[in-house]
Design a protein around this ligand. Structure first.
Ligand SMILES: [Zn+2]
Length: 161
């Protein structure tokens, strides 16, 4: 297994809608293993393909007891609201408060291509929303108010120096 390099803001791939995953072969299994390895090395809760430079609708997650591979994810439902903080490996793990849906139902394919549905609430639901956003070319900072976004990006730029 290989720890991949994290793609950071403002890389173009992070702002692009991913291509659907169509091949569930050995290369796909290997990619998912490498993405898990990378996520663990970076101490992330989830990691999307765009974050390792690949324009694919794919993420992995291992957080609060939910471990999964999600290819071609779609949110079937989202309800309620939760306050909380959110950060991203592609934006230096700088946290900002962001409201998300409290409960979600996700539909996705596993590493073999089998469709499944995953219910989640609280922190797990937040993670699923964050990672599904990545597949749609959306960083969490695009959901922040302009002022908060500016604060996160300033901190990130300082970090990079
Ligand atoms: Zn992220």
């Amino acid at each position: 297994m290989t720890v991949l390099r994290i793609t950071e803001y403002p890389a173009k791939v992070l702002a692009e809608v991913g291509e659907p995953v169509t091949k569930f072969d050995a290369a796909m299994r290997r990619l998912c293993e490498d993405m898990f390895e990378t996520m663990y090395a970076e101490e992330g809760a989830g990691l999307a393909a765009a974050q390792v430079g690949l324009g694919l609708r794919l993420f992995v997650m291992d957080y609060v007891g939910v471990r999964l591979v999600a290819a071609n994810p779609e949110m079937l439902s989202a309800e309620g609201e939760q306050p909380g903080e959110e950060g991203c490996l592609s934006v230096g793990k700088i946290h900002a408060p962001l409201r998300r849906a409290e409960r979600v139902l996700l539909r996705a394919q596993d590493v073999e291509g089998n469709w499944y549905e995953q219910e989640a609430e609280g922190p797990a639901a937040r993670c699923l929303q964050h990672e599904t956003d990545h597949c749609d070319g959306r960083l969490f900072i695009t959901r922040l108010s302009p002022l908060k976004r500016e604060m996160v990006l300033k901190k990130f730029q300082k970090m990079k120096k």
